[in-house]
Design a protein around this ligand. Structure first.
Ligand SMILES: [Zn+2]
Length: 427
């Protein structure tokens, strides 16, 4: 049972225990109760907001979000719960029921959001929401704002673009927020600690507090919703709205430029629709491509010191230095002449010839590699342009072979080919 009394219960007369005994579901994703308590994790006192959720098949579980206790009171509305339940409910085809009230503007806009998702993915379902509605609130002229921060290229770009003078503090950002349990799993605390120490140093050099939260969301039934293509925007919005008592705005660094937009969990057309009348969600930095962002952040020593672009944490500076994503980032830094100054990678192991082995045959990897080729062309690095064009041609050729060998059941050969290419961590 919760450590503190339940914030609310719903559907008087209905017993969750009886439904569980009878194996009877509610026919919905239903928030049964929420509560807050305090926990101590790694020596830090955290305020934890938990909710008991039951699904149509009767399965019940607890979803929680925890933040340093110094942040103050966490949300008491239904807004954060609606944000993460929405991608799951549209995936499962179950309505959402909760007794906590939801912001009136958010309630309207999520209808549009589900329609956008369904236009991308026709297998998704419409979502009926049963919840009380909160009256509209308003945004202050200067909202208190935070930016989501992983130490990667997109989040560094979002923050450093707001720095107006050398050594200055970013303007319009009051804090950085990182959430353990998203990119780094809760079961890997050593990875979290390693990345955390880099992020704390970066935040301190930027003059901003770093709020490090934790959540078990990705260990719950939420994982049935597609994280990359659909649900990670809802997860970030849930985190942001847990903090709606302390902040009124959150920036989510764009993963891709506007010109290359494709259906994705965070997207310029969808992120804002998960905000409320009193909390703005901003999809930030979509005007620039990834290579352009690297070019920009390479001017800032703090990024060159603490950049973390890979979640294979055991490598030098938190980056494995071997996957496609690491290699493409190192190549970009090389093209802009900043690789030698970048402490985040083991540059001694960098070998330009490996660029020919980059495997980026389709979709996002191809888009990002083409992005790098464009930058190299603009900066007059003809050798790099030729190398990348070679890798793209080779990727297309190999993709055909890999597909053919899989179709023939010759997956051993497909695996042999894969070992000879530079792939993995495509984003
Ligand atoms: Zn890597």
């Amino acid at each position: 049972m919760p450590a503190e009394s339940a914030a609310f219960t719903i559907s008087p007369g209905e017993s969750p225990r009886l439904a569980a005994i009878l194996g009877k579901g509610t026919g919905a994703v239903k928030l049964l109760q929420t509560w807050t308590d305090e926990i101590v994790d790694d020596g830090v006192t955290l305020s934890r907001l938990s909710g008991e959720v039951r699904y149509a098949d009767g399965f019940t579980e607890t979803v929680w979000f925890a933040f340093p206790a110094c942040i103050g009171g966490l949300s008491t509305s239904g807004n954060p719960w609606l944000a993460w339940m929405l991608p799951l409910a549209t995936t499962l085809g179950e309505p959402i029921q909760m007794g906590l009230p939801v912001d009136g503007q958010m309630r309207q806009s999520v209808g549009q959001l589900v329609e956008i998702w369904r236009s991308w993915y026709p297998h998704l379902h419409p979502v009926k929401i049963e919840a009380p509605t909160l009256p509209l609130s308003s945004l202050p002229e200067t909202p208190k704002a935070f930016a989501f921060f992983t130490g990667g290229v997109d989040s560094f770009y979002t923050v450093l673009r707001k720095v107006r003078s050398v050594g200055g503090r970013p303007e319009g950002i009051d804090a950085l927020v990182n959430m353990w349990g998203f990119d780094v799993k809760l079961e890997h605390p050593a990875d979290a600690r390693r990345a955390s120490s880099e992020m704390r140093l970066a935040a301190s050099k930027l003059g901003l507090p770093l709020i490090e939260g934790r959540t078990n969301l990705r260990e719950t039934r939420f994982k049935q919703a597609d994280w990359g293509g659909l649900s990670h925007g809802g997860a970030l919005a849930a985190v942001a709205l847990c903090l709606e008592g302390a902040f009124q705005q959150a920036a989510i660094g764009a993963s891709f430029p506007l010109r290359g937009q494709m259906p994705l969990g965070t997207h310029p057309d969808t992120d804002a629709l998960l905000g409320t009348s009193g909390f703005r969600l901003v999809h930030d930095g979509a005007e620039a491509g990834r290579a352009e962002k690297v070019e920009f952040i390479a001017r800032h020593p703090v990024a060159l010191e603490h950049l973390r672009c890979c979640f294979r944490e055991r490598g030098h500076g938190g980056n494995c230095g071997r996957c496609l994503k690491c290699y493409r980032t190192m190549l970009t830094l090389h093209v802009v002449g900043a690789l030698d100054r970048c402490r985040s990678f083991d540059v001694k192991r960098f070998d330009l010839r490996k660029a020919r082995r980059m495997y980026s045959a389709t979709g996002i990897p191809q888009l990002l590699t083409e992005d790098l080729a464009e930058l190299a062309q603009r900066l007059g690095d003809d050798d790099m342009v030729k190398t990348i064009e070679f890798s793209l041609r080779r990727s297309r050729r190999l993709a055909g072979w890999i597909r053919f060998l899989h179709a023939q059941g010759e997956s051993r050969w497909a695996r042999t080919i894969r070992r000879r290419i530079l792939s993995g961590s495509p984003h």
